[in-house]
Design a protein around this ligand. Structure first.
Ligand code: GUN
Ligand code: ZN
Length: 462
């Protein structure tokens, strides 16, 4: 590409100023977002793709107030607003990662095991450290910064069993007006010392956190059952009662990720029809349920998810890395199941939603389905926002939305730059966006804004 804006080392862009004291800011660039689900249609037949090249995004007091062609007059009262010139770059809604573990940055990329061994060998020992409030606070700060450095502006997050670990995440996200969904992890069995709670204490901790945080600013509480094996039937019952009592809270857990895990759940809960049924019969499945993985579900399970409007958080890099299986995304959607995209770090190997999309493409390709960039990008933005019931505030770039945005370079290294030039010359936008999605990662990110404020920018982003 000849546009200097695509090469951070030669960038001549004006400085990254952030909002003025009035809270106003104007971004120039090529705006890409979605207005509906493109589905698994071929790229040229996909609906809902909104491409607004060379536009200005007007931000005031944390929200988008207008998106208009750059050449259109701004009006006198905007003349003093700072302008960030990202011409030749992509401006997109920030990504929404619907399943990720804060403490697992400590164990990302650990060698050699499948789910159950991986939990015992790496994950549980690392999570024990979060009993310490300082470790929780530092871990939350490190984790949220890492999300922002990947263009992710909202997430559904697992902390640890310790109340303080959820508290730390809420505090750090709230300070930045970031939409965060989390809650202390429930686990009262099959976990080592220092990582188990009990039903009564866990309930008290959850109620405290709900009262303190749920609905405060952009914070949302999730009843967080780790997975069926680490909760007693009594704890699952209590968790279900919390979901019923505190309508509006979310529920997050894992389901049907790995075949050994599925067998173990069948042994532990012989009366349940299926793994999903363990949750459903206690009232844990509702429209705000986010279930990671769901690789080994059957048609009846899918019908249950569809009837409740619950979502599967498909976690491609994790499914590959832990050898868990190939999620049938198209089949799940044919069954009416809502699907979002997630990194599931540290089972997943990258917080980059782009890298996870590239993995998702390969998982679908192995099953004969072609995942377009439109479908993948929709899913990590408006799709996730809709499934979480938050599309009024995020996932697209429209007046009234919070200004949760990411600015991207098309390419930052020679192979991708060459590929981008070829794709650009073809005049086929999907070809170009697909190559960006497949070759891009956090190095392509120029900056991230949450509620109109810059929370991350690259050193070289002028
Ligand atoms: N199942 C139960 N806990 C976990 C976890 O931490 N990561 C993944 N990938 N699966 C789980
Ligand atoms: Zn997980």
């Amino acid at each position: 590409m000849t546009d200097p804006g695509t090469d951070p080392t030669t960038s001549t862009q004006p400085s990254w100023q952030g909002p003025s004291s009035s809270g106003r800011l104007v971004l120039w660039g090529d705006v890409l977002d979605f207005t509906e689900d493109p589905g698994f249609a071929a790229p040229h037949e996909a609906a809902g793709v909104r491409w607004r090249p060379d536009h200005a995004v007007l931000i005031d007091d944390g929200r988008v107030v207008a998106v208009q062609p750059r050449v259109q007059s701004l009006g006198d009262d905007w003349l003093a607003a700072p302008v960030e010139d990202h011409r030749g770059r992509l401006i997109m809604p920030g990504f929404i990662d619907t399943h990720v573990h804060c403490p697992q940055l400590d164990v990302i990329a650990s060698f050699g095991t499948a789910l159950l061994d991986w939990l015992n060998t790496y994950t549980f020992p690392a999570e024990r450290r979060y009993a310490d409030p300082t470790a929780s606070r530092e871990g939350a700060q490190r984790f949220l910064r890492a999300l922002w450095a990947n263009g992710t502006t909202s997430a559904v997050v697992f902390p640890t069993v310790h109340k303080v670990s959820a508290q730390a995440l809420f505090e750090e996200a709230h300070a930045q007006h970031m939409r965060l969904v989390t809650g202390k992890v429930l686990m009262d069995r099959h976990a080592p010392d220092g990582l188990r709670d009990d039903v009564e204490q866990a309930e008290r901790d959850c109620v405290d956190l709900i009262e303190q945080w749920h609905g405060k600013g952009r914070q949302s509480f999730a009843v967080t059952v780790r997975f069926a094996p680490t909760s007693t039937p009594a704890q699952l019952k209590m968790a279900g009662q919390l979901c019923q009592t505190y309508a509006g809270t979310y529920m997050q857990t894992h389901v049907a990720e790995n075949r050994d895990e599925v067998r173990w759940v069948a042994e532990l809960f012989p009366d349940a029809r299926s793994y999903l049924d363990v949750y459903d019969r206690d009232g844990l499945i509702g429209a705000r349920a986010v279930l990671a993985h769901g690789i080994w579900l059957d048609e009846r399970d899918r019908a249950v998810l569809r009837e409740h409007g619950a979502q599967i958080a498909h976690s491609p890099s994790s499914n590959l890395f832990l050898g868990s299986g190939l999620f049938d995304w198209a089949g799940a959607e044919r069954g009416g199941v809502n699907v979002s995209l997630a990194s599931d770090v540290g089972g997943g190997t990258s917080l980059s939603m782009l890298r996870n999309m590239a993995d998702a493409y390969k998982i679908q390709a192995m099953q004969g389905t072609r995942l377009t960039a439109w479908k993948a990008l929709f899913t990590a933005t408006l799709g996730a926002a809709r499934h979480l019931g938050l599309a009024h505030e995020m996932g697209h770039v429209d007046p009234g939305c919070m200004a949760d945005l990411a600015v991207w370079d098309w390419a930052v290294e020679p192979v991708a730059s060459h590929r981008d030039e070829v794709a650009k010359a073809s005049g086929n936008l999907h070809e170009r966006v697909f190559a960006w999605m497949t070759l891009g990662d956090e190095r392509n990110l120029v900056g991230t804004l949450i509620a109109g404020k810059t929370v991350y920018k690259t050193r070289t982003a002028a």
